[in-house]
Structure formats: structure tokens, C-alpha cells
Design a protein around this ligand. Structure first.
Ligand code: SAM
Ligand code: SF4
Length: 430
């Protein structure tokens, strides 16, 4: 039997898809690249913005045509489009065989005549991961309930995995050639508060750091208020943990942050950035921003633009506010910023950030940086070339066929806002 999984959305979704694939592999199923070659097609969906939902709906329209293949062919929808109640989805998409909430694979397994495989992880199932990098969720769900966000309604309350459980998964990944692990949580510093011994992310990093085989660790996504000096110390002290922080600020204006119910102000955000840069002056700091949130004035938006200039982020993920039915903002605030204003603000942030990241990347010219080689990507004329990432998560292209999983020192010779290029200088001992 053959399956095909289509995945959109965040890293957590990618990790969920890997896990489902591992479960299906265990049943002896084989993965195929096209839906029309498969006996089971799974769409792993995202609901964070309307655009993401529309992509999945478009995909479902195309799949409907395959329905004629008979009852043996199964279609499943999983991920953040699926809430606790599925009646509405069943009515809209009657040709779908199973709807599964994030990480709750039972309805999919039942649709193909199997029991739920259960458990967080099936270590024995992982064969050879197709990449030297892997995502490992450490805390599921989110308790923050930011006004604009659908995630807590779809992924539920925070649940941390035990250190032993995470450790076992990382050991299995290391044994199968994975060299870089990114620990995942919607607010990753929330890790551990619901466990009996209340370990924190720093404790987990220290424990994982001892494992052989893994050359690098990262973690995503940081919540400014929960970032503690203990966690920052762990990153600074542990050589395998990359000095890389994704800390969404969402807005540079205190009144907007309050309407968003983010639970911090810009003074606190600045404090956390200063703490990180004090310990690690070269740390890469990236952020997420929403423009055009309910009631955002020109002056409020200007504060966000000012913050982008002030902090000098390595990268900014910017999105126009998209009202999500069921959220607090959807129920209580008017989506009153015109679409063209949202787009103009989005482009203003993108333009400012291109100059800033171009400048930051330009400072690396002539320097040797550590790159973990991830794979091969031939150059424009077909010449052999490889790619990988720096500790700051910047994409680097290098000529020649380097070995995936190697850590190499690369002398940077080309820099743009989006990537770097250079020549391997030497192998780096791990
Ligand atoms: N937990 C993280 C945080 O605290 O920011 C990220 C969660 S969310 C999966 C990823 C990003 O999507 C957010 O940082 C936010 O910028 C964006 N986002 C969430 N809801 C949105 C909405 N309704 N409209 C536009 N962007 C949204
Ligand atoms: Fe959504 Fe806020 Fe939770 Fe991030 S912290 S997932 S933005 S509710």
C-alpha cells in the first residue's frame, strides 16, 4: 500500500507529518510523490492565515476528482484546520474519509483499517531520515491565547514531553545520521513547567548536549516574557547549542501589543534582546511581525518600523493580519485596516529588513564561518555545489560536492540579504 502526505505550515506540522509517515512505514506502507499513485492521501493543513486554509481547500478540490477510484482509496485531512468539532468540515467535504486533529492520528489509522499506533513517537520506525537536520517537538499546544491566534484552539493546552522521551528520540535520530536537531514548541521556553520535576529548557539542553553524534541544537519559537537568564546561560555555555533566537515581537507598539494580548511591552522585549547580546554579541536574532492588526494607526506602525531599525534583526517574518474565526480579536475587534494599507506596511517592513540583513550578512565577508553541510544543489550552470547553514541559520552555498552532515569552515566571499556564498576553508573538528 502507498501513501502521500502533503504538508504546509510551521515546523510542528512538518514534525507531525514525519511522525505519521513513520507510523505508516511501520505498517509496511511506502511513500509516493504523487497523490494519484497513492492509496491514502493525507493533507496536513495550517489555519494560521486565511491564505493557508485556501491552499488546502484548493488541494481538496483537486483530490475530489480522484474519489472515483473507489472506496479503497482514502483521503484524510489533519492539522490545524481540524478543530474539536468536525461536523462543518464533514458537511463541506463529504468525500473526505477522516479528519484528524494535530497529532491525533487515530481517525486516519481507523480509516485504513488499523488501530491508532499510540504514543508520542515510534523510535523503531524511523528508517533513514532524508535530511541531516530534524525537528523534535518538546512541548505541544499553547496556553497564551494571543488575540489574533487560532493555535491554542487547534493544538490544545501546553503538554511537555519528559526529558527521557525527548532524549530517546534524539538518540534514535543521531543513530540514523541526523546531525542537527531543532527543539520545537509554540512557546518553547514553556517547556517543563507541567512536568513533575519542573525542568526548564536549559536543563533539557544540558542533558541533550551530552549525546554523541548530534553536532548542533537549536530551539523554536521563543516567547519574550518566558526567556530567562538560565536559558540564555545554557545557550551561551553549551558549544553545540547555536546562538540563534527566533523571538516574535509581533508589534513595536505597546498599545497594539496590549490589544493583541501578548502579555509584555517593548521595554521587556528590549531587555531580553540586551540580555542575549550581552552574553553573546554575535547571536542571530530573528522575529515575527503582524502588520495591520485591528486599529493599527500609522503612528503605531511607525513604532514597529522603528523597532526593526533599532534591534537590527537578522531576519523578519512579516505577515498581514488575517482574521481567524473563533479567536478573541475576531469576536471583539474590528478588522479595520484596509488591505492596501496592510500590504504597504508589509512591503515597508520587508524593504527595511532587506537593507538590514544585507548589512549584517555583508559583515561576514572575508570571515570563516562554521557551516553544517545539508546537501547538494547544483549551481545555475549545472556545476556541482553544496549548501548548508551557519550557526545563525543563514543559508550558504559552496562550490563542490561536500558531504552532507560535515561541519566545514567556509570563507565568505559573497553576501546578499538572503544568502551567503564562499569557499570551504577547512574541516571543523566536532
Ligand atoms: N508561537 C509563536 C509566537 O508566539 O509568535 C508563533 C506562532 S504562529 C504559528 C507563527 C506566526 O504566525 C506568528 O508569529 C504570527 O506572526 C503569525 N500569525 C499568527 N496568527 C496570525 C493571524 N491571525 N494573522 C497573521 N499572522 C498571524
Ligand atoms: Fe499563537 Fe500567541 Fe500561542 Fe504564539 S504564543 S502560538 S502567537 S497564541
Amino acid at each position: 500500500m502507498r501513501y502521500h502526505i502533503w504538508t504546509v505550515g510551521c515546523q510542528m506540522n512538518q514534525a507531525d507529518s514525519q511522525k505519521l509517515a513513520a507510523g505508516l512505514d511501520r505498517l509496511g506502507w511506502a511513500e509516493v510523490g504523487e497523490p494519484d499513485e497513492a492509496d491514502l492521501v493525507v493533507l496536513n493543513t495550517c489555519a494560521i492565515r486565511d491564505h493557508a486554509e485556501q491552499r488546502a481547500i484548493g488541494k481538496l478540490g483537486a483530490l475530489k476528482k480522484l474519489r472515483g477510484r473507489g472506496a479503497g482509496f482514502k483521503i484524510a485531512v489533519m492539522g490545524c484546520m481540524v478543530g474539536p468539532k468536525t461536523e462543518e468540515l464533514e458537511r463541506r467535504f463529504p468525500f473526505v474519509d477522516a479528519f484528524a486533529r494535530p497529532q491525533q492520528f487515530a481517525p486516519i489509522m481507523e480509516a485504513i483499517g488499523h488501530d491508532d499506533l499510540g504514543g508520542e513517537f515510534w523510535p523503531e520506525t524511523f528508517t533513514a531520515p532524508d535530511s541531516v537536520t530534524a525537528y523534535v517537538p518538546i512541548v505541544h499546544g499553547c496556553d497564551k491565547f494571543c488575540a489574533y491566534c487560532i493555535v491554542p484552539y487547534r493544538r490544545g493546552r501546553e503538554r511537555s514531553r519528559t526529558i527521557a522521551d525527548v532524549r530517546s528520540e534524539v538518540e534514535h535520530l543521531a543513530a540514523r545520521g541526523v546531525r542537527e536537531v531543532t527543539l520545537l514548541g509554540q512557546t518553547v521556553e514553556a517547556y517543563g513547567h507541567d512536568l513533575a520535576e519542573q525542568p526548564d529548557l536549559g536543563d533539557l539542553l544540558r542533558e541533550l548536549h551530552e549525546l554523541d553524534g548530534i553536532a548542533r541544537f537549536r530551539f523554536l519559537t521563543s516567547y519574550p516574557k518566558d526567556m530567562t537568564p538560565r536559558i540564555i546561560d545554557a545557550v551561551a555555555e553549551l558549544p553545540k547549542v547555536c546562538e540563534y533566537f527566533n523571538i516574535p515581537v509581533q508589534s513595536g507598539d505597546d498599545a497594539v501589543l496590549e490589544r493583541m494580548r501578548r502579555g509584555y511591552d517593548i521595554a521587556l522585549y528590549r531587555e531580553k534582546v540586551a540580555l542575549i547580546r550581552d552574553r553573546m554579541p554575535d547571536a542571530a536574532i530573528t522575529t515575527d511581525i503582524i502588520v495591520g492588526f485591528c486599529g493599527e494607526t500609522d503612528a503605531e506602525f511607525q513604532h514597529t518600523l522603528d523597532l526593526v531599525e533599532e534591534v537590527q534583526f537578522d531576519k523578519v517574518h512579516v505577515a498581514a493580519y488575517s482574521p481567524r474565526p473563533g479567536t478573541i480579536a475576531y469576536r471583539k475587534l474590528a478588522d479595520d485596516v484596509p488591505q492596501e494599507t496592510k500590504l504597504a506596511r508589509l512591503h515597508a517592513i520587508e524593504q527595511a529588513e532587506a537593507v538590514i540583513s544585507g548589512r549584517i550578512n555583508g559583515r561576514l565577508l572575508g570571515k570563516d564561518v562554521e557551516v553544517l553541510v545539508e546537501g547538494l544543489k547544483p549551481g545555475p550552470d549545472g556545476e556541482p555545489a553544496s549548501f548548508g547553514r551557519t550557526r545563525g541559520n543563514k543559508l550558504v552555498h559552496v562550490p563542490g560536492e561536500a558531504h552532507a552532515g560535515d561541519l566545514v569552515a567556509v570563507r565568505i566571499e559573497r553576501a546578499s540579504p538572503w544568502s551567503l556564498g564562499g569557499t570551504p576553508a577547512a574541516a571543523v573538528a566536532v
